[in-house]
Ligand binder design. Structure first.
Ligand SMILES: [Zn+2]
Length: 137
């Protein structure tokens, strides 16, 4: 969906100029993300070999291509989320620590020297916190 300049400016301010997901200040070249993917044909699935991959599971969803379904996102979040549904992406991010421990010796070494502390905290998106704060105000 092509946003007008005004729509894009409004979308940028949806969370005070911050990425809806990680909460960083949006860079100049931010992305307008489809909250519900316009294409919901990819999901993280575990293959027979035990490796989790993005897997095609269906057809596109043109009804998601509306301004109400858009979120301001930094490029790394938007590219990482890709066309994953939110909860699938949340699970995928949560799995990154396991991947780092499994496949990255420099991560394990840095951890063994106390440079990295794993918190086991749940993945909470910025918009989750922002809407929680709004409910408490
Ligand atoms: Zn982000």
């Amino acid at each position: 969906m092509k946003l007008s300049k005004k729509q894009r400016a409004e979308l940028r301010e949806k969370f005070g100029g911050r990425c809806a997901y990680c909460g960083c200040e949006l860079p100049e070249r931010w992305h307008a993300d489809h909250f519900e993917p316009a294409r919901r044909d990819l999901e993280v699935r575990q293959g027979a070999d035990g490796v989790r991959r993005l897997t095609s599971v269906g057809t596109g969803r043109p009804e998601s291509n509306v301004i109400e379904n858009m979120m301001p996102a930094c490029p790394p979040c938007n590219i990482s989320k890709s066309s994953m549904p939110l909860e699938a992406w949340r699970r995928w991010i949560a799995g990154h620590v396991n991947s780092l421990n499994q496949y990255h010796p420099i991560y394990r070494l840095a951890k063994s020297y106390g440079l990295i502390v794993e918190t086991a905290e749940p993945v909470v998106f910025y918009f989750d916190k922002a809407s929680q704060a709004q409910r408490q105000a």
